[in-house]
Design a protein around this ligand. Structure first.
Ligand code: ATP
Length: 236
């Protein structure tokens, strides 16, 4: 059984059909990447999985249960955590306070302390800046903070929306290395990226979206080698 299965998902904004009958699945332990141009519907799919948007039809099944009607906190509690596009960290709060917000559903102090340790070992730079206002971090550090905050809820499935967006090349490589390491530590990842080349190079499988529909699927390697994908998304 897949960890997450999206079936015939359709999502509208008023009269705009942003997602038109999309189906895909994620197995436990995988990095699955959704790639596609601006407006293809990637962010809409992510927000629907995390409960921020409700579909007009279709299902999202997580660990055997339909979740498309559940609210966002319940979905976080079930083990799905999203890192939104543009990070959305709390700029006037410190690094530590931002991370604390990620543990908002947890009461167990020992577990929270353990989550802090896990995040600090994954992102040593955050530990160095623990009392610094988040607004003073660089773009790459802010992305790490947003990822760290999502990891504070100890997700089984991490949803990443454009983690490399707007980052300097050196940080882009680092972020993709971190995504791989998060997977290696046992967290399943759904990765949305404009940087299709990087995303497919670390993905087990990928889906190519265009105009709200899945056009193509395959392993990361297969999609990287696909002529149409190269022409449309890899600048080849
Ligand atoms: P991007 O990389 O630009 O975020 P995307 O693949 O994530 O692109 P979505 O953001 O999911 O695409 O957008 C899918 C479609 O829905 C687009 O046509 C977009 O203009 C439209 N859309 C997105 N958000 C809204 C909104 N709040 N109201 C109306 N239309 C929207």
């Amino acid at each position: 059984m897949a960890m997450l299965e999206v079936k015939n998902l359709a999502v509208n904004y008023g009269v705009i059909n942003a997602v038109k009958g999309v189906s895909f699945k994620i197995n436990e332990g995988e990095i699955v990447s959704l790639i596609g141009a601006n407006g293809a519907g990637k962010t809409t799919i992510l927000k629907t999985i995390s409960g921020l948007l409700k579909p007009v039809s279709g299902t999202v099944t997580y660990e055997g249960k339909e979740i498309q009607k559940q609210n966002a906190p319940k979905i976080v509690a079930a083990g799905i955590s999203q890192v939104p596009e543009g990070r959305h960290i709390f700029p006037g709060m410190t690094v530590r306070e931002n991370l604390q917000m990620g543990a908002f559903l947890q009461n167990d102090r020992t577990a929270i302390a353990g989550s802090f340790e896990t995040v600090y070992s994954r992102f040593p730079v955050l530990k160095e800046r623990i009392n610094q206002d988040a607004a003073t971090l660089s773009g790459g550090e802010q992305q790490m903070l947003a990822m760290g905050r999502a990891l504070m809820s100890r997700p089984k499935l991490l949803l990443l929306d454009e983690p490399s967006m707007g980052l300097a090349p050196i940080f882009i490589n680092e972020i993709f290395e971190i995504v791989k390491a998060i997977k290696d530590q046992g967290t399943t990842v759904l990765l949305i990226e404009q940087n299709a080349k990087k995303a497919l190079s670390i993905a087990d499988r990928g889906y190519v979206l265009a105009s709200g529909e899945v056009k193509l699927t395959g392993t990361g390697e297969e999609l990287l080698a696909n002529e149409n994908v190269q022409k449309a998304y890899l600048g080849g």
